[in-house]
Design a protein around this ligand. Sequence first.
Ligand SMILES: Nc1nc2c(ncn2[C@@H]2O[C@H](COP(=O)(O)OP(=O)(O)OP(=O)(O)O)[C@@H](O)[C@H]2O)c(=O)[nH]1
Length: 463
Amino acid sequence: MELDPAELEAHRRAAAEDASEDDDADFGFLESDGPIEETKGDFSFLDEQVAPVESATREPSAAAEAIAPAVEPASEADHVGVEPAELGEEEDLDEGGEADFSWLDEELPPEEPEDERSEPQAPAVPAAPPRAPLPDSTGFRLRERPPEPAPVAPAPRVSWAERLRQGLSRSSNQLSGSITALFTKRRLDEDTLQDFEDVLIQADLGVETAMRITDRLSEGRFGKEIAGSEVRRILAEEIEKTLAPVAQPLELDLEKKPHVILVVGVNGTGKTTTIGKLTAKLTRAGLKVTLCAGDTFRAAAVEQLKIWGERTGSEVIAKQIGADAAGLAFEAYDRAVENDSDVLIIDTAGRLQNKAELMAELEKINRVLSKREPDAPHTVLQTLDATTGQNALSQVEIFRNVSGVNGLVMTKLDGTARGGILVAIAAKHRLPVYFVGVGEGIDDLEPFRAKDFASAIAGVPLS
Ligand SMILES: Nc1nc2c(ncn2[C@@H]2O[C@H](COP(=O)(O)OP(=O)(O)OP(=O)(O)O)[C@@H](O)[C@H]2O)c(=O)[nH]1
């Protein structure tokens, strides 16, 4: 729309007059030195009654009705799939607007232990396939950014029993293979029993346990065919019977704080690593731990212990290499009392090469500690490396005599074919087996459970 030029000029003039009126505003008060006079504006117009808006709304025109017909209020039928509220519930909400949240107090099902859970995995996004090079005839050569390596999906968490089963799979596969070979389509006779006994002895279970298993197998089955699954079931039951009495929790008597755990064992059997894993468990449970780097022969062992101390927030008492281990243990005990530790764990050297010296050192540590607390060390824990097989039996013998071992931890059960040695040790020494290790990680140590171990090694499902 074009405006008439005369009309436009009239608008411009009117606007200029308005602006000049504004320019005439008196801002002189801003420059005066004296106090600013309070000016009272006339706001009386605010008190005037504003006429209420008429409540009746205008009837819509016929044209408007045609375009947008009036909407009916919603009825119950419109609430598809929603149950009408119970009268009582509505009242609950209406009275004082207080909803009933008591259901929040109801007992929740207990949380699954962490290692029983398997975390949901995001499906892996397939990477785009690499483009084929262009033929020379095109006259182009493509240079592309090499494709990003596909993110490695974290391995799903498996339960401890499953990890133990995987760790012992070499031991159990060997046994299972022999059982299948021996018992398939064959009646149970003296020769089969003898062969089976040999298989069990070769699997490091020990003569005593092997004989008990074959005796049990022959009961009522002599001259009959027997399925491999039946043999494995009996094997698992007998192993569990041997192990159940030694599968005990490590009791910490905190009436005699700090509870002193002396860790002994041949070097390389996993003492320092086990101390780290135990400390992690204890500190997670809210107990205060002090560590004593009593393997004063190996700098790496001291460093390793310091790292575990840092990881678990535990004080580490250490001295220079070659220092007297018993003196250090004595100082560590006093420090653990001072810093109000619940548990003091003492690492030791394990050099069997110089047996006399090592034994003298271990004896001295015991002697020195008992000066402070007659019952210390309360626990003498020996670590055993499962891969050493029969040798582990004599290691217990030696350390038991010298340092009064009263509990065992079996390490490196992952990937060994010699896991059966634990059964032989339990049968012979009857010492409590507190924990077993199936790897180098912080969570690769768990309390020893006879049933889990027996079913894993015999290759039967956990009932
Ligand atoms: N696979 C596996 N390795 C383990 C386990 N426990 C310990 N190790 C490894 O075994 C090696 C020896 O462990 P250490 O804790 O240093 O053994 P140590 O008895 O303290 O040895 P010294 O300090 O030499 O006396 C290390 O490489 C550990 O990571 C286990 O349960 N499984």
